[in-house]
Design a protein around this ligand. Sequence first.
Ligand SMILES: [Zn+2]
Length: 234
Amino acid sequence: MVEVKSTQIGKESMRFEQLLENIKFLKIFLLRLLHKAKWIYLLLIFAIAIGISGWTVESNFIRIPIIGFHDIVDTQNPAELPPQRLAFSIDYTKQDLSVFLEYLIKENYWLLSSQDLYVYFIEKSQPIPAQKIGQKPIMIAFDDGYKGVHENALPVLEKLALAHNKKGKFVLFVNPHFLGVDMGRDFLPHTTCNDLRDGYKKGFYDVQSHGFTHKNLTQINGQELEFEIAKSKL
Ligand SMILES: [Zn+2]
């Protein structure tokens, strides 16, 4: 009996030592983990702080994309393709524009006029109209006033507006000096005043100044600058 008992005691003391060993190992393991975890926690707090502050800053700003085009060319019309007419790097196809605009209209984008941009988002002098709340603002602009915009881009917008019962604006930055000017097959023809009037009356054009004669406004003197800006507004 005694022997058995001593053996049991021996076994128990072995187990106890084993347990102590395990606890010691666990303690070291936990201490090491805690040491590492300290950095993990700090990193986590840092990341959360950045996230929160980023979110706060982000929520104060609205990013409004302004997409700029120049000429729009119909690839289905041979008269608008070489050799009938030169191809230009600023050409964008009516077919691609159609896909892009349809996407915007289906995805609930609000095609802003320059006035909308200024009043509702820059100056914020008026609240966003109720029917526009929830729409995503974007500006679709065309530089230089090329004829292709009126002949190819406007019909696409008109068609989409009718199909989806949603109106949007194109912002045309034109150079009055070149309105109606057609320099032949070597360059792109420009819209006329009547084209602009037509798109404006239909409610699709917002016509803005791109300078009188398309000078680089950063490279001219004060007098020329005044002329380019003032004359283009007349
Ligand atoms: Zn230009």
